[in-house]
Design a protein around this ligand. Structure first.
Ligand code: HEM
Length: 200
């Protein structure tokens, strides 16, 4: 089993060599990763960062961007996850196939993000903030990354303040509090990835 929704389905053919399983899995998630790179290039100011830092932020932040972007794959009310093929599976099924606590944490994250009711412009700016807020270890030009982060956060605040009436201050605060949550999901997910063997 391969219980990541970036795969087409959690079931894998037990007779298939693991190299082929990985190849098919990467064909499934590569377009999404490529979209993140294209998205980054369109963040004004991102391409002005040193190339080394662009790569560093993308390496550290791609999962977090994808988590936000694909949050809607998780349906907390119906307790289901839709895989990239479009097939839906219940959390109980995925649990039985080997998924753990992380699956629930992601589901909860998605539910809370949806509750903030961001429009597509806000979602896009929030995603840009997520990317430039990625882990900075190894970043060369910290000042430029921070300046870009400040600019994007100010933009996000203005937008949320315009759109969310009485709730705007709490909505903005809750969004910023999503950043450490995403970091933690990223770390837990990396451990799943590193320890992954196709379950017997
Ligand atoms: C688990 C890879 C992105 C959600 C896993 C596993 C691998 C993996 C190898 C372990 C599977 C297993 O043990 O059966 C990847 C790769 C990604 C990626 C290479 C790069 C694009 C994502 C994203 C999400 C996600 C963006 C969420 C939207 C999950 C979930 C699990 C998982 C829910 C199961 C966690 C659990 O066991 O509780 N992933 N993943 N993955 N992944 Fe991903």
């Amino acid at each position: 089993y391969l219980v990541c929704p970036m795969n087409a389905s959690p079931y894998v053919d037990p007779h298939k060599p693991s190299q082929e399983i990985w190849e098919e899995f990467s064909m499934s998630f590569t377009p999404a990763v490529r979209d993140v790179v294209d998205f980054a290039k369109r963040i004004s100011g991102f391409c002005d960062l040193p190339e080394h830092d662009q790569v560093g932020l993308l390496k550290a932040g791609t999962f977090e961007v994808l988590m936000v972007r694909f949050a809607s794959l998780f349906n907390a009310v119906e307790r289901t996850v839709t895989f990239l093929s479009g097939k839906r599976y219940s959390l109980d099924t995925l649990r039985a196939l080997g998924a753990g606590e992380l699956l629930n944490s992601m589901c909860e994250f998605s539910e809370k993000l949806a509750a903030l009711r961001l429009d597509s412009e806000e979602m896009s700016l929030f995603t840009a903030v997520v990317l430039v807020s990625a882990d900075r270890s190894g970043i060369q030009d910290l000042n430029s990354v921070e300046a870009l982060q400040d600019k994007l956060i100010r933009g996000l605040r203005n937008l949320v303040m315009q759109n969310h009436g009485e709730e705007s201050a709490t909505t903005f605060t809750k969004l910023l509090l999503k950043l450490p949550e995403l970091r933690s999901l990223n770390n837990m997910h990396s451990e799943e990835l590193l320890s992954f063997k196709v379950h017997p």
